[in-house]
Design a protein. Structure first.
Length: 142
C-alpha cells in the first residue's frame, strides 16, 4: 500500500469517527450509490467478459448491505411516520435489487439508483438546513 493510499484511508477513517449521525447517513447513501454505479458499469461490459456476473453480484450485494444497515438503524420511536416511510422505501429498493441480481437486469439498478439519489439529495439538503438552524435535530430519523 502506498503512502498516499494509506493517508487517504486514515483521513477517511477519521472523517467517519468525527461525523455527525446525519453525516454518517449521507456517507452511507454515497456508498450505496457508488456500489450501484459499479453494478451499472459491470452491466455495461461485454457479456462475455470474465467475472462480469461476479462483479454485478458483488456490487449489488454491497449496496443491499448498506440499505439493510440504514434500515436496521431506523429509530421508529423518534422518527415516527418518517421512519415507517423509509422502512417501506428501503424494502422496495432491496426487492428491486434482488430482482436485478437474480435476473441480471440493469433496469432495477437504474431505478433504485435514481430513487436513492433523490433521497440522498433530500437528506443532504436537510443537513444543510439543519446546520444553518441547529435547533432541529435529524438524529433518529434515518
Amino acid at each position: 500500500m502506498s503512502l498516499a493510499h494509506g493517508g487517504a484511508r486514515t483521513y477517511y477513517a477519521q472523517s467517519i469517527l468525527t461525523a455527525s449521525p446525519g453525516q454518517l447517513v449521507l456517507m452511507l447513501y454515497d456508498g450505496a450509490l457508488r456500489f450501484l454505479g459499479q453494478a451499472q458499469a459491470a452491466f455495461a461490459t461485454d457479456p462475455t467478459t470474465p467475472k462480469r456476473i461476479e462483479s454485478i453480484n458483488a456490487a449489488i450485494l454491497r449496496a443491499q448491505n448498506i440499505l439493510i444497515e440504514l434500515q436496521s438503524n431506523l429509530d421508529h420511536q423518534a422518527g415516527g411516520q418518517y421512519a415507517a416511510d423509509l422502512t417501506r422505501l428501503y424494502d422496495y429498493y432491496l426487492r428491486r435489487l434482488l430482482e436485478a441480481n437474480l435476473q441480471k437486469r440493469r433496469e432495477p439498478v437504474d431505478e433504485v439508483e435514481r430513487l436513492l439519489r433523490q433521497l440522498r439529495d433530500g437528506w443532504s439538503e436537510m443537513l444543510r438546513k439543519d446546520e444553518a438552524s441547529p435547533r432541529q435535530s435529524v438524529q433518529g430519523v434515518a
